[in-house]
Design a protein around this ligand. Structure first.
Ligand SMILES: CC(=O)N[C@H](C=O)[C@@H](O)[C@H](O)[C@H](O)CO
Ligand SMILES: CC(=O)C(=O)O
Length: 303
């Protein structure tokens, strides 16, 4: 099936910076190699977790190029091309298409609150710019815009629209989008804290900001759901949530903490770009504790 390549665990790719805070090809390769080795289904490049909002067009294009260079043909590649203007989004979309990405995705327009007509036009112009499949990104808590099933259905008339990455918290939204789209549409679970619930409510896979911190656990959660082992799925989700809460409870931002987890595992990806806050000395001990939590969970749940 054409959409099979989107099922499974798709980590949101992180921005990989050098020590001066510039995009680093070598460190981008580190993360590519790591995720390839973990056998994830694909990567979602340049989204929230990719800190796209803090990067200029040239930097975003460079990240698309580096990831394609190291992962094309090895896994599914999704390019997030949402940008403040339609013009920039279209430019990014064309670049990703030239690089051979499998699909595009975009948040709705941000900053000004625009009517559905403008949002529809924004997404449609990106979709029309390339032959690639398109995944709508619904993330109301950061964009302030909520996708309705009515607009979703209207967008689905275009066969290039293959689904939605839903990051709103009610899992019922996943069920409604799946209901509207049916089998021909992919719904991705957004909130990692309810991956298992999202799958049970109809999500075909997941795209998540914390997957790369613990890919083994999300791959195992996916297996438990597929095998109908719901008690085990519930337990691994609960353990994952303890870890996510710990990742979010430090002085540094969640992404800075996750990147430090990776750095300490030998996968150097640098830190975050301001205004996101980096880790502090105080975070050092707790980060060792988080690594232990992850390792213990892998021993407990993964064979
Ligand atoms: C609001 C937000 O960024 N949501 C991400 C994407 O859906 C999630 O993957 C989170 O990073 C994750 O659930 C941790 O809170
Ligand atoms: C899934 C996520 O966190 C992102 O948009 O990058």
């Amino acid at each position: 099936m054409r959409l099979e390549k989107f099922h499974g665990i798709i980590p949101a790719f992180y921005a990989c910076y050098d020590d001066q805070g510039n995009i680093s090809e070598a460190r981008t390769k580190n993360l590519c190699d790591y995720l390839y080795e973990k056998k994830v289904q694909g990567v979602y490049v340049g989204g929230s977790s990719g800190e796209c909002i803090y990067q200029n067009l040239e930097e975003r294009k460079a990240v698309f190029s580096y990831v394609a260079k190291y992962l094309k043909g090895k896994m599914t590649l999704i390019a997030h091309v949402g940008a403040p203007s339609t013009r920039d989004s279209v430019e990014l979309a064309k670049h990703a298409a030239e690089l051979g990405y499998d699909a595009l995705s975009a948040i709705p327009p941000i900053y000004f609150k625009l009517p559905d007509s403008a949002v529809y036009k924004y997404w449609s112009e990106i979709i029309e710019a390339t032959p690639l499949d398109f995944i709508i990104y619904n993330i109301p808590q950061t964009t302030g815009y909520t996708l309705t099933t009515a607009l979703f259905e209207k967008l689905l008339v275009n066969k290039k629209v293959i689904g939605v990455k839903n990051s709103s918290m009610p899992t019922m939204d996943i069920e409604r989008f799946k209901r509207a789209g049916g089998d021909d549409v992919i719904v991705f679970n957004g909130p990692d804290e309810q991956y298992v619930a999202g799958r049970i409510m109809g999500a075909d896979g997941g795209i998540g900001g914390t997957y790369s911190a613990m890919p083994e656990l999300f791959l195992q959660a996916n297996e438990f759901v597929k095998q109908g082992k719901f008690e085990e799925a519930k337990q691994i989700q609960s353990t994952i949530n303890d870890i996510i809460i710990a990742l979010c409870s430090q002085k540094g931002s969640m992404y800075a903490v996750i990147k430090e987890v990776l750095n300490r595992r030998g996968v150097n990806v640098g830190s975050v770009r301001a205004p996101l806050e980096g880790i502090t000395n105080e975070d050092s001990g707790p980060i060792d504790g988080i690594i232990q939590m992850i390792d213990q969970a892998i021993v407990r749940f993964c064979k």
